[in-house]
Write a protein that binds this ligand. Structure first.
Ligand code: ADP
Length: 482
């Protein structure tokens, strides 16, 4: 993988080295030609060298440029082997530096061809030196050759060795850099790919967000429409219903003349049904407000006792004809709570009303347990109970455990969802604990107000006037049964 890269760099080096060496040779050849003699038979080889350096250099350079770097380098080195040999055959004499010229060629060949090429050039240069000198002296003289060529051959070998080691080191460095470079490129490509993917995801997310926004706007529009519709309908229904309930009551009381027992009974039923319808309407309206997020509380610091008693009063009339005891399990010290008293009372009436609906005999208890920073309100009955699998479902809108049974008892399935919302809006929680056939307990946990009365019954200095007044009205009550 890195070899082509170092080869690429070698070809870049060739592009510089070939013209430089060629130019130097041309200049040297021309100068030597001019300087040596005016007679052409004495200086022809210099002109030939200059000419070949020009033509051969140009040819090698074109090969390198034409993506044939190795062929160019081979041709160039071969050409110079020939030129130096030509110089040997024409100019050599004992002590001549010409054999050392091979040293330069050795360095160039290991630079532009391969690290090992220096040794090949060196080997060939020995043969060519022997041939060149032999031609020059006109016969093979072993001793002369040994004396004259031993030193340049040895030095040229050392040059080849040094060039080899340097070129190797250079190649190693290039390979490492090339590896790093490739890794960087891969990393960059990965980053680009990741960025592209991210862009795509972002675009998708933008599109999804737009769709979500559109859907949300649509839902808000629909919700507003529904709320408006519910408000209008309940207003339109409530006015005549109030009329029906009130007029039935007046008629039953003999307000428009005497009525017989049968008529009074019917009027009473009309009134009861009217009240029930009004309760259902109120539930629907509350639910619509909750869904529209328009449900508001009017918080104030109140004593819990008053709220519990108001709720219990509401339930008392309903159990008159049943063998059901109403149990109050109240604390000695009543806690204060920061609540919307109408809404908390509504929640308790919902639970007590359910207890009454689903309890034919036994008891209905309201237990209040202050526990430090919280207060627990438990509405407990000994009625039909709720199966474990329904404990969560009953808090969902319109869910009735046994629909036929529930219909017989009349209900909308909205009481508990509204109660849960009311409690949670107060920062509290509601849970259920029940066993089929043994009864049910709904447990409300509310935060107690920070400035409740102190244990000795004295209001803390920062109590509000409302709290003080409420505290004054609190009777300390033990568990009582009606
Ligand atoms: P509903 O108007 O039907 O009473 P709720 O939301 O108040 O609607 O109650 C949902 C269902 O939970 C009821 O239909 C009933 O099956 C069950 N439920 C609620 N309270 C009690 C209870 N005290 N005892 C037994 N079942 C109960």
């Amino acid at each position: 993988m890195s070899e082509p890269y170092s080869q690429e760099l070698r070809s870049d080096t060739s592009e510089i080295v070939i013209p430089v060496i060629s130019a130097l040779t041309i200049v040297a050849g021309l100068l030597a030609g001019v300087a040596s003699s005016v007679r052409i038979q004495d200086s022809w080889h210099f002109w030939v060298i200059a000419l070949l350096a020009f033509g051969g250099g140009l040819f090698s350079w074109r090969l390198v440029k034409g993506e044939r770097a190795r062929a160019g380098a081979t041709f160039f080195v071969s050409l110079y082997l020939f030129l130096i040999t030509l110089l040997l055959t024409t100019e050599w004499q004992p002590g001549s530096p010409i054999p050392y010229f091979f040293g330069v060629l050795i360095i160039i060949s290991s630079m532009i061809y391969s690290p090992r090429a220096g040794f090949y050039t060196w080997g060939i240069s020995i043969i060519l030196s022997v041939i060149g000198v032999t031609i020059r002296v006109g016969g093979f003289d072993f001793l002369l050759l040994l004396r004259q060529l031993a030193a340049p051959t040895t030095i040229n070998f050392l040059v080849a060795l040094a060039a080899y080691l340097t070129a190797l080191e250079w190649e190693y460095a290039v390979e490492s850099i090339s590896g790093l470079h490739i890794r960087v490129q891969q990393r960059r490509d990965e980053l680009f790919a990741a960025k592209k993917e991210l862009d795509l995801i972002n675009a998708k997310q933008r599109f999804t967000n737009q769709q979500l926004d559109a859907a949300r706007q649509e839902a808000i529009k629909e919700r507003d429409l529904r709320t408006r519709f519910m408000n209008n309908v309940s207003h339109e229904l409530r006015t005549p219903l109030n009329g029906i309930v009130n007029f039935a009551h007046i008629l039953a009381q003999g307000g428009q003349g005497p009525v017989n027992d049968g008529q009074a009974d019917y009027l009473d039923r009309i009134e009861k049904s009217g009240w029930h319808l009004l309760a259902v309407l109120n539930d629907l309206l509350d639910m619509a407000q909750i869904e529209a997020g328009e449900f508001k509380l009017h918080m104030e610091l109140v004593n819990l006792h008053n709220i519990c008693e108001d709720a219990m009063r509401g339930i008392r009339g309903l159990i008159l004809n049943k063998p059901v005891e109403l149990v109050r399990d109240y604390p000695d010290e009543w806690p204060f709570v920061n609540v919307d008293k109408m809404r908390l009372k509504q929640a308790l009436i919902n639970l007590l009303g359910n207890a009454e609906k689903y309890t034919e005999a036994g008891y209905i208890a309201l237990r209040v347990k202050p526990e430090g920073e919280t207060v627990r309100i438990i509405v407990e009955d000994s009625g039909i109970g709720i199966a474990p699998e329904d404990h969560e479902k009953i808090f969902r809108e319109f869910h009735q455990v046994n629909e036929q049974d529930a219909r017989r008892r009349i209900g909308t399935g909205l009481g508990l969802p509204i109660t849960r919302h009311l409690v949670e809006k107060h920062g509290g929680a509601i849970s259920v604990s029940s066993e089929v056939g043994r009864g049910t307990a709904f447990i409300i946990t509310l935060p107690a107000a920070a400035n409740s009365p102190s244990p000795n019954g004295q209001a803390k200095p920062n109590m509000t006037a409302v709290a003080k007044e409420a505290e004054a009205n609190v009777p300390a009550q033990p568990a009582a049964v009606e």
